[in-house]
Each structure stands twice: as C-alpha cells, then as structure tokens.
Write a protein that binds this ligand. Structure first.
Ligand code: MTE
Length: 318
C-alpha cells in the first residue's frame, strides 16, 4: 500500500472542513469570484487561453435528461472541487490554473483495431455535442446538479473501434508533477486511473464532458475532457483524461489502490450501504445548508440497474 496519510476527502465533510469555513463560504466565494473576474476579465473561472472549440457552446440541450432539483449556482460548483493533482482541498480553482490545456492529445490503446492518438480539438469536433442536466453525488455526501456539455461516451467508444474481446475501458489523467504539484505527493498512485465495463461505458448515461454552464470546461472541473457517470460516486468521474485503454482485465483504480476496503471498482450510489466511516443515506446540496435523501443509483436506476443483474458476488455499492 502506497498510502502514508489519509486524504481529507475520505472524511465526512463536517470533520474535514471547520464550521467557520462553511459559514464564511458565501463571503469567500464572493471574494474569489471578484478576484477571478478582475483577473480574467468577466468570465469567472474561465481559462486565460482562448479555447479553440469555444464556438461549439452552448451545445443544444438534450431534453431527455431532467432534474428533480434546481441547478447548482455556477459559483458554488466552481469554487468547490476535488482535483488532487493540484492539492487535497476544495478551493482548487486557483491552483488548477496551472493546468496547460493545449496542445492536448488523447490516445486510444490496447484492444482496439488500431492504436492511435488524436488531438483534443479534432476529437471534440468529430463528436455530436449536446448539453445534459445531471446530478452528481460525491462519496463524501455532498451533491450538485449541473448542465454538462459534451457527448455520449458510446460515441467515443465507437470512434475508438475496440475489439469485441475488450471487456473494460481504462482511463487515465495526465502525469506531470512539474505542472501539477499534487503529483509530487509520491504516496498517491499517479496517474489517476479509472475504469468502466464496456456495458457501463456504452450505457446512454455515460457522458464525456467538455463544457459546463454553456461554456468550455474551466480547469478545476477537469478540462479539457472528463467523464460523468452520474449513477456512481463522483470519484469515478475522472478528470483531464489523456488515455483510453481497452482491455480484458479489470483495472485497479486510483482510490482502490489507496483504500480498497472503502473505494471499490463499482462504486454505485446506494443510500443503504454505509461508507466505512459515515452514512450515505443523505447528501448536502452544494450551495445550501439542506440535506436531502440520497437515491439508489443516484436516481438513475431505471437506466442502469439492469447492467448489474446477476452480479450478486460483486461489491457493487462502494
Ligand atoms: N479526477 C482526477 N484526475 N483527480 C481527482 O482528484 N477527484 C474525483 C473526481 N475526478 C478527481 C477526479 C472526485 S473525488 C470527485 S467528487 C469529482 O472528481 C469532483 O468533481 P468536481 O470537482 O467537478 O465536482
């Protein structure tokens, strides 16, 4: 085991974050937003570099995806992120400013007809862009609801041309400790690695994200390309992806390598299955002081529950 210390996000938030910080959050965000606006001229949290695909936003809304709650305010979502490559706290937007977004190459490797690399802008322009309203439930028991822009992961799988023998798709984040100071913390098993079965990756809900709130993705959300799998805990939704590898072997994911007893491969949301150290029955809605009941599969059971039929021996909910 590579771990030397317990990451802060493995604690319930009320333990990880002193109460006065919560109470001062509005003030903090106001200051942060004002700072960011002053710094970069009006578009809070946007990258300073021009995005070569900016003309694709806002993407047309796919009306099949509706919310049962209000959309989280942009400043609330943008000022509260997990991105360990840049540090283990939530106010990571400024540190994530060091992420260099272009040139950015994505590779398709392993069990594919032909391994290849593609420039991110070529990839994005080859995909049918849309906007979807999704909930996200973090394993730390907070949640948000946001308009992601991007394309169905099934389209990316089609583009990659995997062999029929491929059973999993493994995704990895960039590795560059000079740019991302969190990667100097050698007890973490960098690069961040995640994986899905082919059935999960081609489920209609699995979404590749390139934008949010009708704009290209700000860096702290995992620009220029991240995953959104809303029926799973947020740590499955890997950020800033550079590699898709198709394989017939189940990968051991980033948090699984660190703490397999608490963070497994499947990580499907289930209010009845406790985390080892806290209840998953309710969640704090980001930007409010409200707690609401957590739903099985985060409310997406109709679309995904059947994937797991017959997998009785698997630990599906952690
Ligand atoms: N991806 C990478 N590469 N690095 C990370 O630290 N954190 C994960 C996930 N993807 C993480 C990551 C966790 S724990 C969560 S809850 C979500 O990103 C947070 O996404 P958000 O910051 O957009 O809310």
């Amino acid at each position: 085991m590579l771990i030397k210390s317990t990451p802060s996000w493995q604690m319930p938030e009320r333990e990880a974050t002193p109460e006065h910080v919560f109470l001062n959050r509005r003030k903090f965000m106001g200051a942060l937003a004002a700072g960011a606006t002053a710094l970069i001229g009006g578009n809070a949290f946007a990258a300073k570099e021009a995005d070569p695909t900016a003309d694709l936003y806002p993407a047309p809304r796919n009306k099949n995806y509706v919310l049962d709650r209000p959309v989280t305010k942009e400043l609330d979502a943008a000022a509260y992120n997990n991105f360990y490559e840049f540090g283990s706290h939530k106010r990571i937007a400024m540190e994530a400013g060091a992420l260099k977004l272009r040139p950015w190459t994505v590779s398709f490797e392993g069990m594919v007809e032909k391994e290849r690399q593609v420039d991110i802008d070529t990839l994005i322009r080859a995909m049918p862009m849309e906007e979807r309203l999704y909930r996200m439930r973090c394993v730390e028991a907070w949640s948000m609801a946001v308009p992601w822009s991007g394309f169905a992961m099934a389209e990316l799988v089609k583009y990659a041309k995997p062999l029929s023998s491929a059973k999993y798709v493994v995704m990895q984040t960039f590795l560059n400790a000079k740019m991302a100071s969190g990667q100097k913390q050698v007890w973490y098993p960098w690069p961040y690695t995640e994986g899905l079965t082919m059935a999960e990756a081609t489920n209609e809900l699995a979404f590749m994200v390139t934008g949010i709130y009708g704009k290209p993705l700000p860096k702290q959300f995992g620009a220029p390309l991240r995953l959104a799998v809303p029926w799973k805990y947020g740590f499955k939704s890997i950020k800033s992806i550079v590699r898709f590898k198709f394989t017939d072997k189940r990968p051991v994911t980033f948090w699984e390598q660190i703490q397999a007893a608490e963070y497994g491969f499947w990580a499907n949301v289930n209010p009845e299955v406790r985390h080892a150290r806290w209840s998953q029955a309710t969640e704090r809605v980001l930007g409010t002081n409200r707690r609401v009941p957590t739903l099985p599969y985060n409310g997406y059971g109709e679309q995904v529950a059947s994937i797991y039929d017959g997998m009785k021996g698997e630990i599906l909910f952690r």
